[in-house]
Design a protein around this ligand. Structure first.
Ligand code: ADP
Ligand code: ADP
Ligand code: ZN
Length: 217
């Protein structure tokens, strides 16, 4: 099961990918998470990516494509994976198709999550994450049992790029650079559209339906 999760920032891709990954025991590969780990470890990639991420811009395609090529060589990807936040440009989409073709593989489905912009802004504004175990919460929609603290005991933090001044830029970048991938996967008969304006459980049900009925839109 090789899946691509496509959609604007804050739509709930990571939340759904995490659930599905546990259920099917396939890795959840999120380029945003890989980049944040690289930044935390101050690796060369992390240092290069920081200025782009902090400004709400995309990290250059060649950097991201290399990261994904290396990640997909790892053994745990044999039975499939969920790509969350990659591809984010047509160039990345083409590179992915080409890489898979070379090993006689293909993407099974691209799920496109849709949500009105005002809801995206609310989801992003309330997002908090655990720097230790990476669990993601929402101050109102998915609060931790104890305010500001993860169930693992660590204090929750807000991503720097989730602050309102950066969010506008990220939404514009999404519209200009990532949204064209909707058409890209539609043309290849791989796209399923998911209404993300529902509870986490209800969206998860739609995800299941999209994967197993292979309904395209
Ligand atoms: P969200 O899912 O909230 O949109 P991510 O965690 O996926 O955020 O990404 C955070 C930031 O990391 C992006 O704004 C961008 O700067 C960078 N990034 C992540 N994935 C990619 C990618 N595939 N191509 C370029 N930049 C990326
Ligand atoms: P993405 O990976 O697409 O950027 P996340 O999965 O990180 O999105 O979700 C963004 C925020 O919205 C998080 O705070 C998360 O807890 C919350 N969230 C995710 N799905 C839902 C949902 N269906 N309803 C309400 N809040 C949600
Ligand atoms: Zn934690």
């Amino acid at each position: 099961m090789r899946l691509v999760f496509l959609g604007p920032p804050g739509v709930g891709k990571g939340t759904q990918a995490e659930r599905l990954s546990k259920q099917y025991r396939v890795p959840h590969i999120a380029t945003g998470d890989i980049l944040r780990a690289a930044m935390a470890n101050k690796t060369p990639v992390g240092l290069e990516a920081k200025s782009y991420i902090d400004a709400g811009k995309l990290v250059p395609d060649d950097v991201i494509i290399n990261i994904i090529r290396e990640r997909l060589k790892e053994h745990d990807t044999k039975e499939g994976y969920i790509l969350d936040g990659f591809p984010r440009t047509i160039k990345q989409g083409e590179a992915l198709s080409k890489t898979l073709e070379q090993s006689g593989e293909k993407i099974d489905r691209a799920l496109y999550f849709e949500l009105p912009e005002e809801e995206l802004v609310k989801r992003i504004a309330g997002r908090r994450s655990c720097p230790a175990c990476k669990k993601v919460y929402h101050t109102a929609f998915n609060p931790p049992p104890q305010e500001g603290v993860c169930t693992c005991g660590t204090a929750l933090v807000q991503r720097k790029d989730d602050r309102p001044e950066t969010v506008k830029e990220r939404l514009a970048v999404y519209r200009n650079e990532t949204a064209p991938l909707i058409q890209y996967y539609k043309e290849r008969g791989l796209l399923s559209q998911i209404d993300a304006d529902q509870s986490v459980e209800a969206v998860a049900k739609r995800v299941q339906d999209a994967i197993f009925q292979k309904k395209s839109s």
